[in-house]
Each structure stands twice: as C-alpha cells, then as structure tokens.
Design a protein around this ligand. Structure first.
Ligand SMILES: Nc1ncnc2c1ncn2[C@@H]1O[C@H](COP(=O)(O)OP(=O)(O)OP(=O)(O)O)[C@@H](O)[C@H]1O
Ligand SMILES: [Mg+2]
Length: 321
C-alpha cells in the first residue's frame, strides 16, 4: 500500500481519535484489512477503546484480548489473520491497533512509526482537546437553546395566538420575546468566553484574529504572554476585542497591529490602526471606550487612547502582572 497517502491522511488528523479513524479507513480502502480497532493505552495501562469495528466480525470477540497481550509483550502479535500492533515511543506503549487482515495482505511496515508521528505531532493535543471541548459545548448549547430559548419562544408564540383575539396580551408576548433575546445574548457571550477558557488568551486571540482578518484588513500580531489569572485574560481579551471592533466599525483602516508584551512587572498592550482617526476630546465616549477604561482600571492599570482625525488610532494600556 502507498504509505505516502497514509502519511498525508494522518498528517491532517485533528485529535487522536481521528488519527486512528483515518489510519483504519486508509487501510481498509487500500484493501489491506477487513476491519480494525484501536486502543489508547491510558496512564493506568488499561486499554481504552477508540474505534469499534463497523460490522459484526470475529475480530470483535478477540480484539481486546489480543490488544492486552500485545501491550504486555510490547511487540506485534499475530493470530490467524489478526494482528495486534503496539505503537511505541521508546519503552512506552501509547496505543495498540488490532487489525483483521485480508488474505495475502500484510501490515505496512511503516505503520507504527507513522502512527507515532501523527500522535506526537505538535498541535494535535491542543486540537484534540479543542475538539472535545467543542463537542461538549455543542451539546450544552443545544440543550440551552432547546430548554431556554425554545421554551420562551414557544410561550411567546402561544401568547401571540391568544393576542390575535385579545390584544391586551401583546405586552406579555413582547416580554417573552425580550427574555428569549436576552437568553440568546447570554449564550453567545458565554460561547465566546468558553473559547478563552479552553485555549487561554494567546490562542483565543490568535483564533479571533484569524476570523477578523477575513474582513480584509492586514493584521500584524505580536503576542508575548506570560501565564495570567483567568479574570485578567478575560478582561484583556475584551479590551482587545472592543478596540478591534471599533476599528471595523469606525476606522476604515487598511492595517491593524496588535501587540501584547511583558516589561518589568507590567503587561503592556497596544492596538493600532491606520484609519481615519477621530478627536477624542470631541467625541463622546460610549459604552465601548468606557468599558475598556473600566476593565483596565479594575486590573489596577491604565489605558490611553491616542487619535487624531486622519492619523489613525492607537489604544495603549498597561496592567500589573
Ligand atoms: N479605531 C477608531 N477609529 C475611528 N474612530 C473610532 C475608533 N474607535 C472609536 N472611535 C470613535 O469613538 C467613538 C466611541 O467609541 P465607543 O467604542 O465608545 O462607541 P461605539 O463603538 O460607537 O459604540 P459601542 O458602545 O457599541 O462600542 C465611536 O463612535 C467612534 O466615533
Ligand atoms: Mg465600540
């Protein structure tokens, strides 16, 4: 079988589940195996099944025992057409793949090495954790949409129906819709914050900026971030986010630069654009700018806004580390 194709398929996997799923699919499509299963070996050296066989076949009954045996020996094991293949890093077995070979077929020699490479690829762990977190988040959001927003809107719908004949019911319907809207807002706020929880400030900002770039601005980023307490991360994320939103809404800029860096016992930040600028003296600050000030002040820091019509805008802040 063509190992380049296998390597390519594995290189794109996001998360270890996917590494195994892609490997098994590739082997199956190449006609090497009938089916297969993969076991992740967790810390306590028990086997954790990653991928079950898709059809009922004799492998199901035997794969676990074979995997355990191969784990114990640390070497590949073949019984009839079944092969249990440990994926090892040094002395440690990370996983065992159990395969049901098709007649006359053999396992590609490079398979364990390719699997190891894919499992140890930098970024995989993060991607994997992210996938799991996203999965949980999706479930939670689904539930909240259904139970919260869904039931509020259902109630509003019923009230509206009654209001067709009894208009005095309209305010009640309006109230229910308003509550549903508030619920949606809350959910969307939480969603954005949970990205921060899962990834930390740096990754969350990088991802945010990736999306932000799609508005067609050239974005330069330099993030040198020491570990920070969660409240600080949230506040800083919000401040940078508001500065960036303002640029989109008001600046008509071409270029944006975002920098965060530690110096001495402080963390500094700067968000700068080359847009049309404004006169801060004459422009009434709204919730956005005031909120930025307040967040930074709450961290014991200070924020300065430099802007002049035609000269772009620079938001600078510093907070104690
Ligand atoms: N980067 C920028 N470029 C040009 N003008 C800006 C920029 N940032 C802020 N402004 C000006 O400052 C004003 C106040 O900003 P602020 O964020 O407080 O309010 P807003 O964005 O209008 O509304 P919101 O309260 O929803 O954020 C804006 O309305 C805009 O005129
Ligand atoms: Mg704003």
């Amino acid at each position: 079988m063509d190992c380049t194709r296998l390597a390519e398929a594995l290189a794109e996997a996001r998360g270890r589940q996917e590494v195994f799923r892609r490997a098994l699919t590739a082997l199956e499509e190449a006609g090497v195996i009938r089916c297969g299963e993969a076991y992740w070996v967790d810390e306590g050296v028990s086997l954790f099944q990653m991928q079950a066989c898709r059809s009922t076949c004799p492998l199901v009954a035997r794969s676990r025992l074979l995997a355990q045996e191969a784990l114990k020996r640390g070497t590949p094991l073949q019984e009839d057409s079944f092969v249990a293949l440990p994926v090892r890093q040094g002395e440690k077995t990370l996983a065992v793949v159990v395969l049901s070979l098709k007649e006359g077929q053999a396992i590609p020699e490079a398979l364990p090495a390719l699997l190891l490479l894919a499992l140890k690829r930098p970024g995989l762990e993060l991607a994997g954790r992210l996938l799991i977190a996203q999965e949980e988040e999706r479930r939670r959001v689904g539930r909240e949409l259904h139970d919260g927003v869904g039931s509020l809107l259902t109630a509003a719908l019923l009230t509206l129906k009654v209001a067709e004949k009894r208009p005095e019911k309209l305010p009640e319907a309006r109230k229910q819709v308003a509550e549903a809207l508030e619920e949606v807002r809350k959910l969307s706020r939480e969603l954005r914050m949970s990205l921060l929880d899962d990834l930390g400030l740096k990754e969350a900002l990088l991802r945010y900026l990736e999306e932000y770039r799609k508005h067609g601005l050239a974005v330069e980023v330099q993030l040198d971030l020491p570990p920070l307490p969660k409240e600080k991360e949230i506040a800083l994320f919000r401040v940078v986010q508001e500065a960036l939103t303002n640029i989109l809404r008001h600046a008509q800029a071409q270029r944006v630069s975002v920098r965060l860096w530690p110096e001495g016992d402080r963390l500094f930040g700067r968000v700068e654009d080359d847009g049309r600028g404004f006169d801060p003296e004459r422009t009434p600050a709204s919730v956005g700018l005031l909120g930025m000030q307040e967040r930074i002040q709450n961290l014991g820091g200070s924020l300065i806004l430099h802007s002049r019509p035609g000269q772009g805008t620079r938001v600078e802040f510093g907070v104690p580390l």
